[in-house]
Design a protein around this ligand. Structure first.
Ligand SMILES: [Zn+2]
Length: 488
């Protein structure tokens, strides 16, 4: 062999492409599945069609499998987790290739230093956290409305964060620091994000009886700040609002019809997990009347399962109702005793499947996990396969193509990303190859870290990061803001 030929082979190998053959393509647009071969190179999708292997191609047999764009998780808590576990097995095993962090009002700070490169299997992008900024300006005196000069200083910090590449502003108005802000404060800050063509993302002020007031506040913020707004993990979490998903959807759709750009994401579980005390918003944990109301609001003691209890390990994985009955006492009594004796971790089934189904059927509601590496809730390891296996295959709530759209092109468009979220020539080669017949979550409240099954291969920037197990490759990047455009 001549030197020239050797050089040619070496050049081809260096430029090695991967040819994925015979898969059904769910291209992210919502278009019907079709069979196509896809050749990817370093970073980008090269060709789509009927493709013959070329010298140097590494071949992947996609027969019987679905090839989709990598999933973009609009609400993920993996930021610190990625420093510990750069390979992000619990995320890539679900098909997640991009995680949006800085959620619920909390973000690393300053944003500029967050953009230091790091090794990670997946891409990340960041929102600037309202509570983080509020705390930086108000210190420990945050338990009040901010003064105009404080809001000005917050605006200056957010201005810098937006220049540094934040996607927008996130709030957690149900939480301790953000909860003391007025709507006017949030509007003033959202205007700053709007000037930079950013987005407003909110864990809204209430997800229980006052959900509708909280949704109206988001709409007002979108309108007065002229900003695209996004409701994080939309839910109806108490008896008083159960069954009202259609009304919530109608409220947002009316705002959309008026020209406001409002969307949401929704995680695929009917239960939250937290500490037992969050059941009592009044914080009067030893007042029988408050406890009775708190339990009634989530549909009764039968919906509350103890997951961890240091003092009484024998309670674990029983409901408050079961334990109370076996002790011949009232759940209220039992609750008060548990809190007095040090508390417990609980899982509370306080959302209704029919509400989740309605949200998933609204075209502007996207999939998210609200999970992330190390999350002690099954959504951390199971969200995306759960949607594909349970909501699509078993319950037929939505088509596979539509579910994939909600995981890919819809979030990409929401963030203004024009070369992500679709399988198109020239787009970033973030891809997921999965088995539609077997994909399903395996994580449970008892075993929240158990990996999902059915996702065979995942590529990030054209590099294989998951091959039925982590490959240890870390091609993920930190992505900066681009101007946001309306999602219709
Ligand atoms: Zn949240």
């Amino acid at each position: 062999m001549k030197a020239g030929a050797l050089f040619l082979i070496a050049a081809l190998a260096a430029d090695a492409a991967t040819l994925i053959r015979g898969a059904m393509l769910a291209d992210g647009s919502g278009a019907k599945l079709r069979q196509a071969d896809v050749r990817i190179g370093k970073g980008r999708i090269l060709r789509i069609g009927r493709l013959a292997p070329q010298p140097g191609d590494s071949l992947v047999d996609g027969a019987g499998l679905v090839l989709a764009p990598g999933f973009i998780d609009l609400h993920n808590h993996s930021d610190r987790g990625l420093d510990r576990e750069p390979e992000a097995a619990s995320q890539v095993s679900q098909g997640i290739t991009t995680a949006i962090v800085g959620q619920d009002g909390g973000s690393p700070w300053p944003i500029a230093s967050w953009f230091q490169p790091r090794n990670a299997a997946i891409h990340t992008a960041i929102l600037a956290g309202h509570a983080t900024i509020r705390r930086a300006v108000m210190g420990d005196g945050f338990r009040r409305a901010a003064r105009p000069n404080e809001i000005e200083r917050m605006a200056a910090l957010l201005e810098q964060a937006m220049r540094d590449g934040a996607l927008g502003l996130s709030t957690g108005l149900e939480y301790e620091i953000g909860g003391y802000s007025t709507t006017e404060e949030v509007i003033a800050l959202a205007r700053v994000a709007a000037r930079h063509k950013g987005i407003y993302v909110s864990h809204i002020r209430d997800e229980a009886d006052k959900t509708f007031e909280a949704l109206r506040e988001v709409i007002r913020i979108a309108e007065e700040a002229r900003i695209p707004a996004h409701v994080s993990h939309i839910k109806l979490g108490t008896v008083g609002v159960w069954g009202k998903a259609k009304e919530a959807i109608a409220l947002i759709e009316a705002a959309r019809k008026r020209g406001l750009d409002i969307t949401a994401d929704c995680y695929p579980y009917d239960a939250w997990s937290s500490t037992i005390t969050v059941l009592i918003p009044s914080k009067k944990y030893d007042d029988p009347e408050s406890v009775a109301r708190g339990l009634a609001d989530v549909g009764g003691a039968g919906n509350v399962t103890i997951t961890t209890c240091a003092r009484h390990p024998e309670y674990e994985f029983q409901t408050l109702e079961q334990i109370a009955r076996s002790q011949n006492r009232s759940p209220v009594d039992l609750f008060i005793e548990i809190v007095r004796e040090g508390g417990a971790g609980v899982v509370c089934r306080s959302m209704k499947d029919e509400d989740i189904r309605e949200f998933y059927r609204a075209p502007w509601v996207m999939v998210s996990s609200d999970g992330g590496i190390g999350m002690r809730h099954p959504r951390g390891a199971g969200s995306y396969p759960r949607v594909l296996g349970l909501f699509v295959r078993e319950r037929k709530w939505l088509t596979l193509e539509e579910a994939i759209r909600k995981m890919t092109s819809a979030p990409a468009a929401r963030l203004g990303w024009r070369d992500r979220g679709l399988v198109r020539e020239g787009f970033v080669a973030d891809l997921v190859l999965f088995d539609p017949a077997t994909v399903i979550d395996r994580s449970t409240f008892a075993d929240p870290f158990r990996e999902a099954v059915g996702v065979r291969k995942v590529w990030v920037n054209g590099e294989l990061v998951w091959d039925s197990r982590s490959t240890a490759a870390t091609p993920g990047e930190k992505l900066r803001r681009l101007p946001v455009h309306a999602v219709r």
